[in-house]
Ligand binder design. Structure first.
Ligand code: ZN
Ligand code: ZN
Ligand code: ZN
Length: 320
């Protein structure tokens, strides 16, 4: 019923999952992620659930070959990571650091499990925040797609990183970190992670978070690295929440290597796109962005970093 189609003109993959329209209407007051709901039960503090209306699943049939277009079987898993039993917390940054760390460990465990499934080639971990960008369930959660294909944006990054590695013998991303971390666009630098607004930010409040160690996969991160990552994500997301005076809708995506193959030239990182402009209005991906891939920013990444550093300081004052 579901299938993955490839756009031959761009290489993009499109998951066609018509069953998702059958999602039943539910009253606003019912939350499927609360403790005691039919799928959750009691006695947990972080939960990974199968998405009830998955974009990919283990029981899909191979698509009928088209003869012209490239298709792939929509095999895989779509999962929801319920980050806390507390429905009324607004954001990941409102969770205690230890809880965020638990979330990250669960995702790392799932990534290890997914790596042993020969049908899964890529694990995409992401988080959408804010009704403004279409999030219907406000209970804090993030998502995992385990896919049989490598998403095209990741494939482009892999290609550029490999080319740089071949021609210069170094990691492109390590060089970016070396450039950004001491720059005016830096937000924070710990002993294991660094966060900055990249020189090449596309969204009004874009932050990239990198491990200082050159690693490709979530499963390569050790416990100390996950613990510090939890602190860094909490700080950065708190800053986004305060940067323009109202909670910022954002998207957060883990960019990691495919689960199989030799990708030693790559360097995992998180990309976070805060969607409000400095005046608190939503930035849309309109014609130029969506149709041509050319982004316009009405603020400089340097000014954005300055704004976010002030917000970071205010978060720090409140937690110390
Ligand atoms: Zn809830
Ligand atoms: Zn690197
Ligand atoms: Zn990236």
């Amino acid at each position: 019923m579901s299938e993955i189609r490839r756009d031959p003109t761009t290489g993009d993959w499109i998951v066609v999952a018509p069953r998702r329209l059958e999602r039943p209407w539910q009253p606003e007051s019912f939350c499927p992620f609360d403790p005691g709901a039919p799928e959750t039960g009691h006695g947990w503090d972080v939960l990974i659930l199968p998405n009830r209306y998955p974009v990919v699943s283990a029981d899909t049939l191979p698509p009928r070959p088209d003869g012209f277009y490239e298709t792939a079987r929509a095999y895989g898993r779509a999962l929801v990571v319920v980050e806390t039993p507390s429905h009324d917390l607004d954001d990941l940054s409102d969770l205690p650091v230890e809880q965020i760390e638990k979330v990250l460990r669960m995702v790392r465990d799932e990534a290890a499990r997914a790596a042993s499934d020969p049908g899964v080639l890529y694990l995409l971990y992401f988080r959408n925040k804010g009704r403004e960008i279409g999030v219907s369930l406000t209970h804090p959660h993030s998502q995992i797609y385990e896919l049989p294909v490598v998403p095209e944006r990741i494939a482009r990054e892999l290609e550029r990183a490999e080319e740089y590695w071949r021609s210069r013998g170094r990691c492109l991303h390590c060089d970016v970190v070396a450039r950004e971390s001491p720059s005016g666009r830096s937000l924070l630098r710990g002993t294991r992670w660094t966060a900055f607004v990249p020189y090449y930010a596309r969204w009004p409040h874009e932050v990239h978070v990198y491990p200082l160690r050159h690693v490709q996969l979530l499963t390569q991160l050790d416990d100390e690295e996950l613990a510090e990552l939890a602190r860094v994500l909490k700080a950065v997301l708190c800053a986004l929440k305060r940067a323009v005076g109202r909670p910022m809708p954002y998207m957060m995506v883990l960019h990691q290597a495919p689960l199989r193959g030799d990708h030693r030239y790559y360097h995992l990182h998180f990309e976070i796109y805060g969607m409000y402009r400095p005046d608190g209005r939503l930035k849309y991906a309109a014609s130029a962005e969506t149709g041509a891939g050319i982004y316009t920013l009405d603020t400089t990444p340097e000014d954005t970093a300055e704004r976010l550093r002030k917000a970071l300081a205010s978060c720090r004052r409140d937690t110390s």
